[in-house]
Design a protein around this ligand. Sequence first.
Ligand code: 3HC
Length: 718
Amino acid sequence: MTTELYSGDCLQALALDHGIVEIRLDRNNEPVNKLDARLLRELDLVLEQLRTHPGLRGVLLGSAKDAFLAGADIAVLWSMLEWPRQQLLEFCGGMQRSLTAIGELPVPVACIINGYALGGGLEVALCADYRVLAADGQVGFPEVGLGILPGAGGTVRTPRLANGTTALEWIAGAHTYKAAAALKAGMVDAVGEPPQLRSLALDWLGRAIAGEHDWKGMREQRTSGFATDEAAFTAAREQARKASRNQPAALAVIDLLQDCSSLSRDAALAREVQAFAGLIQTPAARALVGTFLASQQLKKKNRNQAASSRRVQRVGVLGAGIMGGGIAYASAVKGMPVLLKDVAQKALDLGTGEARKLLGKQVDSGRLQPERAEAILASISPQLDFRSFETVDVVVEAVVEDLRVKQAVFAELEAQVLPGTVLASNTSSLLIRDIAAKVQRPEDVVGMHFFNPVPLMPLVEIVRGEKTREEAVATAVSYAIAMGKTPLVVKDCAGFLINRLLGAYFTAFILLIRDGADFVEIDRVMESWGWPMGPSYLLDVAGLDTLDKALVILGKAYPEVMGTAFETAIQKLAGQKRYGQKTGAGFFRYEADAKGRPRRSGDPQTYELLATVQPQGPRAIGDEEILDRMMLAMILEAGRCLDEQVADSALEIDAGMRLGTGFPVHHGGPLWYADAVGATMLLQRCERYRALGGLYTAGLGLHNLAARNGKFYGSFAP
Ligand code: 3HC
């Protein structure tokens, strides 16, 4: 028999048979359970009631939704950015007390984790005596990725439950772990198939009630300190310094764990609150929390747009090169069969060979069963003709980057598919309106600009041509989502959004070199600001010949901004066939290391070549000027793109740059960073570099913002 003890907006408590009470998290009218003051208040009420509940022998804690608990409400974290420190300390202290009270009930507690328990969600689960996790579930602490650390006891309970090294790895690493890994790490006690989870948890509880486990002794043990492995701390610190130079959170976690290892649980909890309050108001946390919320808004917008589309069930890909092969693989892996067409058998063999290699890696790492890999491969049909193309919903063209060839391919393709089939071009440098100029149904033509390597890169620019109909855009959006990518709808213009902004950035680089700057210094400044690679290194990796072609196109399209009427550093080096990594030399020189990976080193010859494109000779340019000129050029181009509605909003431009270029996440994106600097200050900097031409001329939007003291993210609210 079940009796309801409590029913609120966030949870219910039900008395089951044999003295067991079940607490079920279930927020009314909300898609997920999240932790906030309201849920904590209700939890306090129920725990208070349970302390005196007659005949209570055990408590089950679980969720009535598809997942246990998604952690603290991130919208509340956003508001915390403005809270006075005292309010922060009181809120977190209260949250810790509520959670600690779970593990201080006079009876054993078992937590059922279905779906996931993340951040504060896992912190709640850690307060139970036992945790059972669904075989398809996931747990972890994403906090460091938000620029903060767990503030509800995670840094205290994890090392005392598992050990210090696991705490370092789990919390500083900010990864999410699958069930097997969580069990191995000792973060959960058992794993079960979802339908059996509840009985599994009841079984643990039953054994604790029967005295088979010393649950009281285990509780006692976890209130003191924990052993530390110095070598693990040194290694973690080293790793955190390298991986997240500009994000204080990972290092703060490591320091906190080390400093608190000898403290009692309660003393450590008090230190955790202080550390949490110290991080939540840093600029990095502001950018990371803000961009998480912005990404959720973009996700919602994309979902809404995709809702009006046809579902993509079968795909055609033209061109079995690196891009075409990658698109075929990424579609097939997500359950969309592919007709992969090329004009040469050799190319088809290469394309399918690439897919086989990628699947083989997944099998070797244990992520994919061999039979599933074979089934995926079998769903890619390599062919030399258009057989069965009338059955596909979308075709992605990925043939050579030549307008005439693409126009001919589209004209031929159009006759092979049913009207309404979306015809997408993966061009990166041509205009969709030009590609669609020779077809009968330009309304079906859209751009889908994938980034290389397709299986790894999360962004796809969806380019709306002049005549593209909305349903074709929506179908491309839906297809990108089905591939697990983030689509970003942009206007048809040279470079679309991402390459246009990169074009401005590389033009700034070219001008700096012309003015005498040392490319190694430019890389150092940009890498220490947070870019994974400085511009010279990036050019070497991408290929100087390819980038030069792209910059020439952009220079013609935007002569005032990106036109260069002189021989550029890139042209100088490319003219010597120094194309970068692929030819063993570009800005740097490359030699294969023992594992065959290219290792970069300096090359005096580069300086000799560059001296010929530096009319005033080399000169030392300060770090501040380098950073200003590089980032200002990108910001101003982003502002112009917003003025021209190349993308709909600042948050979309920033998301594109984070996902498409590795823009340092702790700066949010070019326009988030612009807001942090301020519009008036940006205009003053434009003035400083006015002599350099249109690259440093602000668009109308930035002038308007400065006039009214506004921000690019003016109306942004979670
Ligand atoms: N706070 C507020 N809203 C959240 C949320 C959270 N922590 N997690 C998910 N949501 C909302 C989403 O905004 C979305 O709302 P919408 O339907 O209105 O757009 C809805 O829940 C569903 O989310 P998704 O569309 O993202 O669904 P997915 O199934 O793709 O992903 C998820 C679910 C893996 C939980 C993903 O949303 C996620 O990563 N959420 C954030 C998890 C997180 O970072 N938790 C830690 C927070 S920090 C913390 O706990 C601090 C603590 O130590 C004090």
